[in-house]
Design a protein. Structure first.
Length: 202
């Protein structure tokens, strides 16, 4: 998969290598959800001053969003970041700068932030959830959204279009254990919890 994929003329999705590319930084504004360590003293200072909130670095051309994990439980943390992400992207595009959304691999956290932005953006036409997902998936087939992020986007779609929501994203079922594994699981758990036998007296 490429380091960076073009979604439209003003929106791109990529991985951490794209986000650290000096040629990208010279022409684009960047939304960084990689949770990577800051690279410069200015970034370190900005992140400390932000106290966990999204912060602007590198002459306000990079928005760094820390603390979002790629887990089903991370959706609650992502909700709090949507507003500053959208504000930053709208402002950048309004000045003619395209925006790169990136996380570590460009598959999950940045993809959900980008899809959400495409649903609510103020600069240009926005999309339904299904339209946004299909456009991003077509441009970057390797994206994978966990169930927490899928449910989050489904809720946003219902909020935006309560009377006529688009088709929602499917929630993936967790793989079931085979019959043999189901029978073995309680025994394995009991073995772990039982105390070790006392050493035999000599």
């Amino acid at each position: 998969m490429e380091n960076m994929s073009k979604i439209s003329d003003d929106l791109f999705l990529g991985d951490i290598q794209a986000g650290r590319d000096s040629s990208v930084l010279g022409t684009m504004s960047v939304i960084d959800l990689s949770n990577s360590l800051p690279e410069t003293p200015a970034e370190v200072a900005a992140i400390k001053a932000s106290r966990g909130k999204p912060c602007l670095c590198l002459a306000e051309q990079r928005l760094v969003v820390m603390g979002i994990q790629d887990t089903d439980q991370a959706a609650a943390d992502m909700v709090d970041q949507f507003a500053p992400i959208c504000k930053f992207a709208d402002a950048a595009i309004a000045t003619g700068r395209p925006v790169l959304f990136h996380c570590f691999e460009g598959k999950s956290r940045s993809a959900v932030a980008l899809i959400h932005y495409m649903m609510v953006r103020k600069t240009g036409a926005n999309c339904t959830l299904l339209e946004a997902y299909r456009r991003v998936k077509a441009a970057r087939p390797g994206i994978r959204l966990n169930n927490g992020f899928r449910q989050l986007l489904n809720r946003v779609e219902l909020t935006l279009r309560p009377s006529a929501p688009s088709v929602q994203l499917k929630i993936r079922k967790k793989p079931k254990l085979s019959s043999a594994r189901q029978r073995a699981a309680p025994a394995a758990a009991a073995a772990k919890s039982s105390p070790a036998p006392a050493p035999a007296a000599r």
